[in-house]
Design a protein around this ligand. Structure first.
Ligand code: MG
Length: 268
């Protein structure tokens, strides 16, 4: 698989291109090199719409992508639920990016007869909506869904790093109360990677995923047959020992400038 050229790239964002509003070294050079090569931005974060994410990339100094180049776990969740049940009814705990995606996929907000209780990473969880969600599952047979499995995620607030609860943590109270396992959508599950291939019109073997997390970006891309490159500029730092349970990426670089030099022979 390694001897074929790379035809398309999938880029994780936080920890690869930026931390908070701070660009990481090599981010602008990478995107300049990719102009003319098909590429998409993939995030497990369902909080913002593709339009808002495109505007945010421009605001921190990167080329503004077309919103169709941005795929979020909210979009992948909505598309997956629409395939399972066209015209599905949903009750969501999350932010605007999730609700917009569920509506755009043809779903109907229905807190009394929802087919799916959808938990998205971000703001919105409280005692009342946990109660609604639990009763929809236990009494109406609604299925529990979560946009992404991350236990915790990194954030930057007023210049300082902090850790936020991820989708996996936010769905846990409902999973515990109902004694059910959620349907999980974001990386490392295949839905977001498959949506990216469909949007680019390419096969997994044509694609390279660049990410900063071994457990989601790298493991997920390798599982669907993509090539994968790790940059150790996010939570997984240079020198950290590779987790025994996870497959190794094709490329492993301390930062984007190193990675770009390693990839150059493989790029169109
Ligand atoms: Mg990341």
């Amino acid at each position: 698989m390694l001897d074929t050229p790379i035809r398309a790239l999938l880029l994780d964002m936080d920890g690869v291109l930026y931390h908070g509003s701070t660009l990481l070294p090599g981010a602008q050079a990478l995107l300049e090199r990719l102009s003319g090569i098909p590429h998409l931005f993939l995030t497990n974060n369902p909080r913002r719409t593709p339009e808002a994410i495109a505007a945010r990339l421009a605001a921190i100094g990167l080329p503004r992508p077309d919103p169709s180049q941005v795929l979020t776990s909210a979009l992948a969740t909505a598309a997956h639920l629409a395939r399972l049940k066209p015209g599905f009814r949903w009750f969501a705990i999350g932010e605007g990016g999730l609700e917009a995606a569920l509506t755009a996929a043809g779903g109907q907000h229905d807190p009394r007869r929802a087919d799916f209780v959808v938990v998205g990473e971000g703001l919105g969880i409280d005692f009342d909506n946990l109660t609604t969600a639990i009763n929809l599952i236990l009494k109406q047979g609604a299925r529990l869904v979560v946009t992404n499995p991350d236990a915790s995620v990194d954030d930057h607030h007023e210049g300082a790093h902090r850790v936020l609860p991820g989708g996996g943590a936010l769905v846990a109270p409902i999973a515990v109360a109902c004694e059910v396992e959620p349907l999980v959508i974001g990386k490392p599950e295949p839905a977001l990677f498959e949506m990216a291939c469909a949007r680019l019109g390419c096969e997994p073997a044509d694609c390279l995923m660049i990410g900063d997390r071994p457990d989601t970006d790298i493991a997920g891309a390798l599982a669907v047959g993509m090539r994968a490159a790790l940059v150790r500029s996010g939570r997984f730092r240079p020198g950290a020992a590779w987790p025994d349970s996870l497959p190794r990426p094709h490329w492993d670089a301390p930062d984007l400038p190193h990675l770009l030099r390693m990839l150059e022979p493989w790029l169109p």
